[in-house]
Write a protein that binds this ligand. Structure first.
Ligand code: 3BY
Ligand code: FES
Ligand code: FE
Length: 429
């Protein structure tokens, strides 16, 4: 078998896997968990990477992580190392972190600051806009630096949130409406004047969809999250049919105050199945933020916020992020798939940029509730994965009242994957 035949065999099997994926998604019952292969099979995982993570908008981080020119952080989208970098004009751009010489990764650190980007292999040097400045003297007369700039990825920032898209053409649909609402809803927080206070990285031995599914419901909260439930109300939003009258009274009282202060709170959702949603929800009566006892986490409130009882503004971005924006800090969550049964969950806590560690805030107090909750969720996700891998696993029914968020997520996943696959011109023969 020559090289060409080998490639054809590979393409044939990828094509078969794509057809199998399409058919499985087409015949699935939308209120049931997925077939095991979609949670554990490496071929299916590869399709998730190609059709979702390499084509859709992804949350990567916050603009205040890279406040000055030359500040950068790196992320890995599957096998794609990406660099997020602030240029001299203050703009944030994303580049494939792979050198145009022979492909070496350029920035090897998780975050840092550079004047120019110098590849560690043969020292090709790029400016902060990705233009190749020098390639040494050995590339010959004909060599054109202009043809060898870094490859850009799509990058958009709104309300301090940075999103990237690795597709050649980024999907537009309702994403721009979401960004403009995100900008409005984040205005009180003045993200540019916040700073990263604490960061945690967790490797969870579970498929990325199990991680997101777990986050999209609070059916498991009473059994698993005592720390979180000191402050979190389990209702998903103010229109949640389960919400009792005393919750609605509490919400209405807080919302009246938020309206006076010009603090956005009404539920906004985008896309047919809530691919993005933003809603401010009150926390339990008498609590301010998600700390163990509900008391303040930082002496300095964020932005123009004065009212400490702002509840938590929850921001969802499928496929990979959920967030809790509160009065004196906010917490952002990012999920990145590693392999079929492994994901990285990164959590970051932000406070006012002038808040002094140990004086205005105690990082241990700040992080404790979500550290505990993340650890509990990791255990739940890993157990879920192990059970799904069993020959005894069979897709099971979601509760319409407690797990509609999971149903929405899988509808989004299924619709998006099928649409993206159908644009690949698959054929069964
Ligand atoms: O992200 C949240 O607020 C919670 C944590 C557990 C379930 N989820 C809705
Ligand atoms: Fe980057 Fe050679 S691979 S300079
Ligand atoms: Fe949980």
């Amino acid at each position: 078998m020559n090289q060409h035949d080998l490639l054809n065999v590979r393409h044939a099997s990828v094509n078969e896997a794509k057809i199998a994926m399409s058919e499985t998604l087409e015949k699935r019952a939308s209120n049931y968990s997925l077939d095991a292969a979609l949670y554990n099979d490496p071929h299916m995982f590869r399709i998730d990477m190609e059709e979702i993570f390499q084509k859709e908008w992804l949350f990567v981080g916050m603009s205040s992580e890279i406040p000055k020119k030359g500040d950068y952080f790196t992320v890995e989208i599957g096998q794609n190392p990406v660099l997020i970098l602030r240029d001299a004009d203050g703009n944030i751009n994303a580049f494939h972190n792979t050198c145009r010489h022979r492909g070496s990764v350029i920035c090897t650190q998780h975050r840092g600051k550079v004047a120019n980007l110098v590849c560690p292999y043969h020292q090709w040097t790029y400016d902060l806009k990705g233009n190749l400045l020098f390639a040494g003297t050995e590339m010959g007369q004909e060599f054109d630096t202009k043809q060898h700039g870094l490859k850009a990825a799509h990058c958009k920032t709104a309300g301090g949130f940075i999103f990237i898209c690795l597709a050649e053409t980024a999907p537009d649909d309702e994403f721009h409406d979401f960004l403009s609402t995100l900008n409005d809803y984040m205005e009180p927080y003045d993200v540019e004047n916040t700073k990263l206070a604490v960061e945690s990285t967790m490797i969870e031995k579970a498929n990325w969809k199990l991680v997101i599914e777990n986050n999209r419901e609070c059916y498991h909260c009473a059994g698993s999250h005592p720390e979180l439930l000191n402050t979190l109300l389990e209702w998903d939003d103010t229109e949640d049919p389960r919400a009792p009258q005393d919750f609605l009274d509490h919400y209405n009282a807080q919302a009246a105050q938020w309206d006076k202060e010009g603090i956005p709170h009404k539920l906004k959702s985008f896309g047919a199945v809530q691919r993005n949603r933003i809603v401010r929800m009150p926390l339990k009566k008498g609590t301010q933020v998600m700390t163990i006892d509900g008391s303040a986490a930082s002496i300095k409130t964020l932005g123009r916020i004065q009212n400490r009882e702002l509840g938590s503004m929850r921001i969802l971005h499928l496929p990979n992020s959920w967030n809790h924006m509160q009065s004196d800090h906010f917490v952002v969550f990012r999920v990145l798939p590693v392999s079929a049964q492994e994901s990285i969950v990164t959590t970051k806590w932000f406070v006012h940029k002038d808040a002094v560690e140990g004086v205005d805030y105690d990082p241990e107090k700040l992080r404790r509730v979500w550290d505990a909750t993340n650890e509990q969720d990791k255990i739940l996700g890993e157990r879920n994965q192990r059970g799904v891998n069993s020959i005894g696993y069979q897709p099971g029914p979601y509760s319409n009242t407690f797990e509609f968020g999971v149903i929405n997520f899988l509808n989004w996943y299924s619709n998006t994957t099928r649409n993206n696959l159908s644009s690949n011109n698959l054929s069964s023969n």
